[in-house]
Design a protein around this ligand. Structure first.
Ligand code: ZN
Length: 453
């Protein structure tokens, strides 16, 4: 009975996502998850499907941390059931990549997207349409990082497979068209980019209806092409429509609304409307500052742990120490490698520019090379500081590795001593350890710095 109710709610929620009714979807899918839990317990592999759909609804609503946690839970359930290499696991990785894309974190999304391609290609063969969708999503992340040659190759291949499989009028074809348009635009082929965007828009309006919030991203892409083709007046009209669609469905505080307003401001500047542009920038900046855990580079936190860098099952959750923390799902004996700290490699100078004691995840690898875990992080950047930590850092061949210095029980929060310099911004400590020194900073002569939120 419960199971049937769960399935009915899952179907209703999935349909609502397709229709762009994300709030309705989230509520149905939250109930679906509860119904599945009541029927089969909290670790049954069937729970992965409603959790994945719920995460998708959260992602569309801009609730990125909630989405990350739901995906992570789905992945752990699948791995525990021996289904870590299944189509369902590939779906989770695909969606993790898409989540980072939505959060503006292209580098962090790339390994997730690649993992989806790897698993699904092995299971279904390289010409399967689901693999093509994975490739289109990967291509989008590559395009944003200016890796244009690979992005173009992958999105062209994806588009050919999707058109052959679903016909040229399918909404998945439209997604691939918009991504390819992005690559063509960046390569200077503006006329072709415009043609691809218009075709995508036509398909989406016909298949999803003219008020579907998904159309906003296509309008946004087309507007960017028109702005750069000296047709800012046309771009202006499109961006007004895009903002309206987004606000109606996901609310005025969604990070994508902010992105849309920034683009719109750049269009208004070209039209000579400087005051109106400044107004939109102020509005967009206000939205960004109210989005939980968005950093100064405009990247939102998703709270996911990349299992490719972790040697044990770990989860990011809300922590008593500070905001998000990382928790062990398995027992971890003393002296084991637990996770690698990764991030964008940047210069010390750039690191200084990004340094913000409240919002940074910077790690000094050498005096010249720093890593920014906020961009391209494995999830190790969410590990909180403690003055009596259960992890320590080892740098092995330019890799930052966290090793356990105690036996860690399932459910324990992982901690490391941040060793902030004595002369950097003094940060108070609330770790709760009996030996707490009251600050994240080290007393004078030590030489080391690591910084983060
Ligand atoms: Zn402390």
């Amino acid at each position: 009975m419960r199971r049937e109710r769960g399935r009915a709610l899952l179907a209703r929620g999935s349909r609502a996502i397709h229709d762009g009714r994300y709030r309705k979807a989230a509520s149905a899918l939250e109930q679906a998850v509860r119904a599945y839990e009541t029927a089969d317990g909290s670790s049954h592999p069937e729970l992965a499907a409603p959790l994945t759909q719920l995460a998708l609804a959260y992602r569309h609503l801009g609730r990125f941390v909630d989405a990350g946690m739901a995906y992570q839970r789905a992945l752990h359930i699948l791995q525990a059931a021996g289904e870590g290499e299944s189509v369902e696991a590939a779906d989770v990785f695909h969606n993790l990549g898409a989540l980072e894309y939505a959060a503006g974190n292209w580098l962090r999304g790339e390994p997730y997207a690649r993992e989806a391609v790897r698993i699904r290609t092995r299971l279904l063969g390289r010409d399967h349409p689901a693999v093509a969708s994975d490739l289109a999503a990967l291509a989008a992340l590559l395009q944003k990082q200016q890796k244009l040659a690979e992005a173009e190759r992958l999105s062209t291949r994806a588009l050919a497979v999707l058109e052959r499989e679903y016909g040229p009028e399918h909404h998945l074809v439209a997604v691939a068209l918009t991504h390819l348009a992005g690559v063509r635009h960046q390569r200077g082929a503006k006329a072709e980019a415009e043609r691809l965007c218009r075709r995508a828009l036509e398909i989406e309006e016909a298949q999803l209806g003219p008020t579907h919030p998904k159309i906003a991203s296509t309008l946004d892409a087309l507007a960017a092409v028109l702005r750069d083709s000296r047709r800012a007046d046309e771009a202006d009209v499109l961006l007004r429509r895009a903002t309206r669609l987004l606000v109606r469905e996901v609310g005025p505080r969604h990070p994508h609304v902010a992105a849309c307003l920034y683009n719109h401001a750049s269009v208004l500047k070209k039209l000579g409307q400087k005051d109106a542009a400044a107004r939109l920038i102020r509005k967009a900046t206000r939205i960004r500052s109210t989005v939980d855990a968005m950093n100064d580079e405009g990247v939102a936190v998703t709270g996911t742990i990349n299992p490719l860098y972790a040697n044990y099952r770990l989860s990011a959750k809300r922590s008593d120490i500070h905001r998000l923390g990382v928790f062990a799902e398995d027992a971890i004996p003393k002296g084991r490698k637990v996770i690698e700290y990764t991030g964008e490699r940047i210069t010390a100078k750039e690191s200084g520019r990004r340094w913000n004691p409240k919002r940074s995840y910077l790690f000094e690898l050498t005096t010249r090379v720093h890593l920014d875990g906020a961009i391209g992080g494995s999830g190790a950047e969410y590990i909180n500081h403690s003055c009596d930590p259960n992890l320590k850092t080892r740098i092995v061949r330019k890799h930052i590795l966290y090793y356990s210095v105690k036996d860690i029980a399932p459910g324990d929060e992982l901690t490391v001593d941040y060793h902030y310099d004595h002369d950097t911004d003094r940060m108070p400590c609330h770790c709760g350890a009996p030996t707490c020194r009251g600050t994240l900073n080290l007393p004078p002569p030590e030489k080391k710095r690591k910084s983060r939120t």
